[in-house]
Write a protein that binds this ligand. Structure first.
Ligand code: BGC
Length: 437
């Protein structure tokens, strides 16, 4: 892995957003104080989550949020990305919690940046149904009415690509469906929900709206035309399918023909202009032609019937999750987006970047973040307009189907006592932020 050179990081522009990200289902707990989500249903099914755990308590952030906001203040971030739980917002008193959290953040001088949906769909709703997009707009109205006097920066959705792929195509995440390409309507309805949310927020007076999409370079396994074609197809699914309806108002490569409803009319909603575009970056993917057998991706089984296979990226350090550490992939991704979308690309914010490692003296995480910040700066120097960077994550949390086995936090959480202990990376990031002023 590229290591921390010990040199000070280059200076980032004045006004740059420096933050950390979390999501409701992964940290809040207090599951009894909200309605169930598809994740509660999924985790109750034996074998779905590796360690058999649930997020019923998670980090108990619901009760311990003042301590967590104090950790944010101690870190010196100027922004905090969290998500509002749709089933909590729909439950009596649910919005009171976010009201208190936002007040606490504002009092600490940390800008609240809520994500309106981070995978915890209320149980009983279904992204295969078009009506779910309209229901989402109602949820957004309720949140904006209550928080819009203090929240000025908004994120509509988190990673609709992963929610579609892992949750509905491959069945590794809630709601656990294995629809393969029949999951495409889930992508369309989430994108429609995004567009309706932008309209709803604008009507409520919001002027600073983005989406958090996951992206990464796709590398062909070889120069063989079959590998190149398979990698191109994967790139369309991961990168273009979720970026182009939003940025260009069009689906790539004829995929629009596979989508339900009046797609042309929906695309006009989906393409509502954004103020910025959020990118979650973890690693590139190396992709080849199908092998006729299952392939693996970060522990995830990719069925043999798909028209591509995931190959190992060799010669790279791996995080505890088995993800390759490729900082320069971030520069490649951002420059590639700039070249691909030109002036249709609004300013970018890195809404997630981080890694899973054990231990309090987490030098590997420091090296990872240091190298990725340098890679981000290289993109800035190459002329890409990047306005902010959020580390995933503040706390060790409920890492979806991995349960509590993965630790992405700058702050260690003892999952028995819920005690928080800042790691070496917390102190390192605090010093970076101080040096950046
Ligand atoms: C998600 C987070 C998740 C992280 C690490 C992102 O895909 O938005 O919720 O914890 O990656 O897996």
């Amino acid at each position: 892995m590229a290591t921390d050179t010990g040199d000070p990081l280059p200076r980032f522009p004045a006004g740059f957003l420096w933050g950390v990200s979390t999501s409701a289902h992964q940290i809040e707990g207090a599951a009894e104080l909200r309605g169930p989500s598809v994740w509660d249903v999924f985790t109750a099914e034996p074998g779905r989550v590796k360690d058999g755990s649930t997020a019923a308590v998670a980090c108990d952030h619901y009760h311990r949020y003042p301590e967590d906001v104090a950790l944010l203040a101690g870190l010196g971030v100027n922004a905090y990305r969290f998500s509002v739980s749709w089933p909590r917002v729909a439950s009596p008193g649910g919005l009171d919690f976010y009201d208190r959290l936002v007040d606490e953040l504002c009092a600490a001088g940390v800008r609240p940046v809520p994500t309106l949906f981070h995978w915890d769909l209320p149980a009983g709703l279904d992204w295969l149904e078009r009506d779910t997009a309209a229901r989402f707009a109602d949820h957004v109205t309720a949140v904006a009415d209550r928080l819009g006097d203090r929240v000025t920066k908004w994120i509509t959705l988190n990673e609709p690509a992963e929610h579609t792929l892992l949750g509905h195509a491959l069945g590794a995440h809630a709601p656990g469906r294995r629809l393969l390409f029949d999951a495409l309507p889930v992508a369309h309805h989430q994108l429609l929900a995004h567009g309706l949310a932008v309209r709803t927020l604008r009507a409520a007076g919001a002027r600073d709206i983005g989406i958090a999409n996951s992206h990464g370079p796709t590398w062909p396994a070889s120069a063989d035309p079959d590998d190149v074609a398979a990698a191109g197809f994967y790139d369309t699914l991961l990168n273009r399918l979720f970026a182009e309806p939003v940025l260009l108002g069009a689906y790539p490569d004829g995929l629009g023909e596979l989508m339900p409803g009046d797609v042309a009319a929906d695309l006009r909603v989906i393409a509502e202009p954004l103020d910025w575009y959020g990118v979650n970056y973890y690693a590139p993917t190396r992709v080849g032609a199908p092998l006729g057998t299952r392939s693996e991706f970060g522990g995830l089984a990719i069925p043999a019937e798909l028209p591509f296979s995931i190959r190992e990226i060799e010669g790279r350090a791996l995080t505890d999750f088995g993800w390759p550490v490729v900082p320069e992939g971030l520069t490649e991704l951002l420059c590639g987006f700039r070249d691909r979308y030109g002036d249709r690309l609004p300013p970018i914010v890195i809404t997630e970047n981080g890694c899973s490692y054990e231990g309090l003296d987490d030098q590997e995480r420091i090296a990872y973040l240091d190298a990725h910040l340098r890679a981000l700066h290289a993109a800035l120097e190459a002329g890409v307009d990047v306005r902010g960077y959020f580390v995933w994550s503040l706390l060790d949390n409920f890492e979806w189907a991995e349960g509590y086995a993965r630790r992405f936090g700058l702050v260690h959480v003892d999952h028995d006592t819920l005690e928080r202990t800042p790691k070496a990376s917390y102190r390192w990031f605090r010093d970076v932020l101080r040096a950046q002023g």
